[in-house]
Design a binder for this molecule. Structure first.
Ligand code: NAD
Length: 298
């Protein structure tokens, strides 16, 4: 039995990938509507994280923020109250890497294992089971067990990037590049359009030149350039501005900790922080930063 906590935008697709692969789940979410859906699909339902830990040998968490993961593990009805010897705890949420190392230590005191396994890819990849997962695990043996028994059922690629906490470190670096790229491409698209260039032509040219990135390939911020991108659907159903601001804040904490200068990461973080405080943008896809830049007076 696999325990799954957090069946939101990402977690629900990941849980269903496991179910398609024949896995039996016991689930928990604070949103009753989503719990009812999974119950109707044959899952067992838990009341508390401690019920999940008592019933499962694998526990996946896919929660919004560091504080949620901490509460689910260390709260008064948390996983640590009932965790069984040999249980594999896999946290797929994006959280502060120091929390991952703290939880790994607490879990090990119960003779169980914890790994951080943040994911790359959006809601569609979660639904299709084609995520990329970067795993921080104490040993190759524990990593291989998690990959074989669980992670390969939800992902196209699963990488062992280092010890516990290193999955979050890699994720933070990747997100910093994604945020900077979204801002850079938004500026370039705005400039090109102002100079009279057709945005589709401009993006095609960037895509075959040195400005190429994932954002220019699949998620151009200008509506209409990529018909399936969030920009062409009013910036809905993507990775939100507030989650991007949060990921960039993790990068800034790490940059301060490590004395590694990240001037573009810092500027991008500040811009996304302004957007995240604006209700017009906070829940939109992060590529909506383009809308923030364009001259609306014209
Ligand atoms: P979400 O808000 O859609 O889902 C989170 C779920 O957790 C919700 O269903 C919520 O009800 C539930 N929840 C919150 N607190 C809980 C608790 N204490 N106990 C049980 N359930 C609880 O978030 P999401 O978009 O699925 O993101 C989850 C994580 O994945 C985040 O850390 C995010 O950064 C990361 N991520 C998201 C994307 C994306 O495109 N959305 C991509 C990669 C990584």
């Amino acid at each position: 039995m696999i325990g799954f906590i957090g069946l939101g935008n990402m977690g629900s697709g990941m849980a269903r990938s496991l179910m398609r692969n024949g896995k039996k789940l016991i689930i928990l979410d604070t949103n009753k509507a989503v719990v009812d859906e999974f119950k109707a699909e044959g899952c067992e339902v838990a009341e508390h994280p401690s019920d999940i830990a008592a019933a499962s040998r694998h526990i996946i968490t896919m929660l919004p923020r560091t504080a949620h993961v901490n509460e689910v593990y260390t709260g008064s009805s948390g996983i640590l109250k009932t965790i069984q010897r040999g249980t594999l705890c896999i946290d797929c949420s994006t959280i502060d890497r120091h929390m991952s190392t703290t939880l790994a230590k607490l879990v090990r005191e119960h003779n169980a294992e914890f790994m951080d396994a943040p994911v790359s890819g959006g809601i569609e990849h979660a639904k299709e089971g084609t995520l990329k997962i970067m795993v921080g695990a104490e040993s190759e043996q524990v990593f291989e067990r998690a990959k074989e028994e669980v992670l390969s059922k939800m992902a196209k690629k699963v990488y062992h990037v280092g010890k516990v906490g290193d999955g979050q470190a890699v994720k933070v670096c990747n997100m910093m590049v994604a945020g900077i790229n979204a801002l850079a491409l938004s500026e370039a698209m705005n400039l090109g359009i102002e100079m009279g260039i057709d945005p589709v032509v401009l993006n095609k040219s960037i895509n075959t030149s040195t400005g190429y990135s994932y954002i220019s390939k699949s998620a151009n911020p200008v509506p209409g350039v990529h018909p399936k991108a969030p920009a062409s659907n009013e910036y809905k159903d993507g990775f939100t501005v507030s989650l991007m601001a949060r990921d960039l804040s993790h990068a800034q904490i790490a940059s301060t900790d490590c004395h590694a200068a990240t001037p573009l990461g810092s500027l991008t973080h500040q811009i996304y922080t302004i957007l995240a405080q604006n209700p017009e943008y906070s829940s939109k896809d992060f590529t909506s930063i383009y809308q923030f830049l364009i001259n609306k007076k014209k």
